[in-house]
Design a protein around this ligand. Structure first.
Ligand SMILES: [Zn+2]
Length: 313
């Protein structure tokens, strides 16, 4: 099997946005350079959110200005509203991630508006994006569980996905924002999207946090349903703003080693990705959250890390 899986590294945005200690623009661009060197072709570079809400993203324009030299990499940015959309367009970002939550309470807490207001905004952003030649991916946050409302039933998630598709027929990322999803929920949501909404798995990305160590199990459920696009962060940076101290996103290096072990291709060089993970660790306020970097440092052979079978000792 040589099937390709796209790995979207979201470290500069999701990985850093919860870190209180400021990371300079130069350091962010060095991190991006290392991620690019590892062969990653899609990176979520920043967020055009108001700096009062997320001070770490206050340099969005400066980060965007440092990306032009990478002509073969697709850079995206999160845009929470029209102002963010306009800033991102002005900064030359052509791939935008617009966020709507599957939970109305989460939408209010995270974006300060109702989910239906977000859908109205998405309609306007989609209209403008069409004229501006901008591609939109819609991230559905708290898709499986909400810190305030609890488990999101598949029917509730699918009704939000349906509403999103009615105003914006582009790619969708289902985001397990607090890392509480279980693999059966992933399977149920993807089956429902395919059978009830006629959305093929190829138009869906999955975004996992590893709060409870379920990231790879959930990714495996997605792979089995045909999803071929996953978000992750180098060194597992990130977290959940509602669970202080919790593990971050699924680590890019763990995901890539897992995919290679299953026989998928990613075009990513694991050794170079570990260089990026080591560099990224200086920005983390917690110990390393992934697995591969630790195993590698402990002397586990590269073949094992790459997923080839190694006889147990
Ligand atoms: Zn996230």
């Amino acid at each position: 099997m040589n099937e390709k899986v796209s790995v979207v590294d979201v470290t500069p945005r999701d990985g850093l946005q919860n870190e209180a200690k400021p990371v300079s623009t130069a350091e962010k661009l060095r991190l991006i350079e290392l991620i690019v060197k590892a062969g990653i072709k899609e990176i979520q570079a920043t967020s055009f959110v108001h700096p009062r809400w997320v001070p770490q993203m206050a340099d969005a324009e400066a980060v965007a200005a440092g990306l032009a030299k990478y002509t073969s990499v697709r850079f995206s940015a999160l845009v929470p509203n029209l102002k963010g959309y306009e800033r991102a367009v002005a900064a030359g970002i052509r791939h935008h991630e617009f966020v709507v939550s599957a939970s109305d309470t989460f939408n209010h807490k995270n974006l300060n508006r109702s989910a239906s207001e977000s859908l109205g905004l998405l309609k306007e952003v989609t209209r403008r994006a069409h004229g501006d030649g901008v591609e939109i991916r819609v991230g559905v946050s708290a898709a499986y569980h909400c810190p305030f409302e609890g488990k999101i039933p598949a029917a509730a998630l699918l009704s939000v996905v349906r509403a999103v598709r009615e105003v914006c027929p582009s790619r969708i990322a289902l985001c397990d924002t607090d890392g509480m999803a279980f693999p059966d929920q992933i399977t149920e949501s993807l089956t429902g999207a395919r059978e009830e909404l006629r959305i093929p798995a190829g138009e869906i990305a999955l975004h996992f946090h590893d709060t409870y160590g379920r990231g790879l199990a959930n990714a495996y459920a997605g792979l089995n349903e045909g999803v071929r696009e996953f978000d992750a962060t180098t060194a597992g940076l990130g977290g959940c703003p509602y669970c202080p101290g919790a593990s971050g996103n699924l680590a890019t290096e763990d995901l890539v080693a897992f995919l290679h072990g299953l026989g998928f291709t990613t075009g990513i060089d694991l050794e170079k990705l570990l260089d990026a993970a080591e560099f990224a660790m200086q920005f983390s306020s917690r110990p390393y959250q992934g697995h591969l970097l630790r195993a590698h440092r402990a002397g586990v052979c590269a073949a094992n890390a790459a997923g080839e079978s190694v006889a147990p000792v």
